[in-house]
Design a protein. Structure first.
Length: 440
């Protein structure tokens, strides 16, 4: 099946789920979970974190039209912000049939061991590097399953840093974590080799923990949007907006936030750590010493727009909430991913799509027009509209071009007054008929 599904957003929920079931070959139990008002049962939730009293839900949407490396995807996204899913879907539609091209590095993560109170840093550094083989052996013994799968510690590095607390030796273990995000195995390995490092360096270990700047685990994506579809003015506007972000940190922060809208939404849907992704992405954006956009834009020789993205994406298919949360498991089924690298590539494409869609909207029509149209339902609810009035209030606000709580309250009052007048008229008609029958 293809992911470019005409009119998907207008279908009834059951029809949408029917399509997803066929696309991802879901089982009946998966469909049942999708249809539950709360897929996360309390007994599961209380095993995930501490002091659990309930669970909190966000909308679970599906982005359509994505074609990545010549393969079609439906992409689960979990977030509360209107227009993000629609924007990603539209951006993906505009670049079909070619779609996105994506790649990713091997799943290499870094563990850090902080060593302090060392008398001779240079000698300590040499001692660490001289004992690489022993360090690797000790670390790999703590996760034999990972090693059997082709992962495990690949290298050991040591670097000196100068601080107000004196010089410190920071030891890095470079670990291939395969289809895991890697935090648990990295932290376990780091702690396992710490006594040995203290012995060989004469230092005192303070922190031993994973780094969320996964700059050896980058994901990349690119896409070409045709000039014949966008037009020269829109393309020039998007490139101008890119230059704005490149040279202004205030704009750049908002630009990169829009990229993470999509990436975080897929991360949450698949049970991955979106906070780690945020930290890594923003640190990577500032790696040159100047905070920069994560997406770049340029024209090709035909005048088409080329967008490309590169950032660290450390995600997993095993462990944590990915294995615990029932909807995370269904999300992976819908995506049909086989490796963590493939999932990272998808996330990069969604981030690129959301950035393009936001810039195109701002350049072409202003961000609020499309965003507020989708936000109108929320505004109607805030204004006090129930299920009988939500759609009517939404339609009127969009027609007025004024999506605000004040306007929603005004429209709701008018609609309720009209409804009351109709009820009074119906009552009067029934009363007159009753009087007529009595006279006869």
């Amino acid at each position: 099946m293809k992911s470019d599904i005409h009119g998907f957003s207008k279908l009834h929920r059951n029809e949408k789920i029917k399509i997803i079931k066929a696309f991802a070959k879901l089982e009946k139990k998966d469909v049942k979970t999708l249809k539950k008002e709360s897929a996360l049962e309390f007994k599961t939730a209380e095993k995930m974190i501490e002091n659990v009293v309930s669970s909190y839900q966000f909308p679970y949407g599906i982005a359509t039209n994505f074609r990545i490396n010549r393969k079609d995807y439906l992409i689960p996204m979990v977030l509360e912000e209107p227009s993000v899913v629609a924007a990603a879907s539209h951006a993906a539609k505009l670049c079909r049939p070619g779609g996105f091209t994506a790649s990713s590095d091997e799943p290499i993560m870094i563990g850090q061991i902080q060593l302090t109170e060392i008398k001779n840093i240079s000698a300590a550094k040499r001692a660490v590097l001289r004992n690489k083989a022993e360090i690797k052996k000790m670390a790999n013994n703590r996760d034999s399953v990972l090693c059997k799968l082709g992962g495990g510690i690949k290298d050991v590095e040591a670097r000196e840093i100068d601080t107000k607390k004196g010089k410190m030796l920071i030891v890095h273990i470079i670990v291939d974590v395969r289809d895991a995000m890697g935090a648990n195995c990295i932290n376990t390995m780091s702690e396992a080799i710490t006594p040995f490092l203290e012995e060989k360096t004469g230092g005192k270990a303070v922190l031993r923990i994973i780094s969320n700047l996964a700059d050896r685990r980058l994901a990349r994506a690119s896409c070409t949007w045709k000039k014949s579809i966008l037009g020269d003015d829109v393309i020039d506007g998007i490139i101008s907006a890119y230059e704005f972000a490149k040279n202004d940190v205030y704009r750049c922060a908002t630009n990169n936030k829009g990229i993470m809208n999509g990436i975080d939404a897929v991360a949450i849907a698949t049970g991955n750590d979106f906070r780690a992704l945020e930290a890594g992405a923003h640190a990577y954006a500032a790696k040159s010493g100047k905070y920069q956009p994560l997406v770049r834009y340029e024209k090709n020789k035909n005048g088409d727009l080329i967008g490309s993205i590169e950032l660290p994406i450390a995600v997993g298919l095993v462990g944590g909430a990915t294995r615990t949360h029932p909807l995370a498991q269904i999300s992976l089924k819908i995506l049909g991913v086989k490796t963590a690298q493939e999932l990272a590539q998808i996330m990069a494409c969604v981030g690129l799509a959301n950035n393009f869609a936001a810039l195109r909207a701002m350049v072409k029509e202003g961000i609020q027009k499309g965003h507020m149209k989708l936000h109108a339902k929320n505004i109607a609810i805030i204004a006090g509209a129930d299920k009988n009035y939500i759609d009517k209030v939404e339609e009127r606000m969009v027609k007025d071009g004024n999506v605000s709580v004040g306007n929603a309250v005004k429209i709701l009052k008018e609609l309720k007054w009209i409804e009351r007048k109709k009820k009074i008229k119906r009552f009067e008609k029934r009363f007159k008929r009753k009087v007529k029958r009595k006279k006869k």
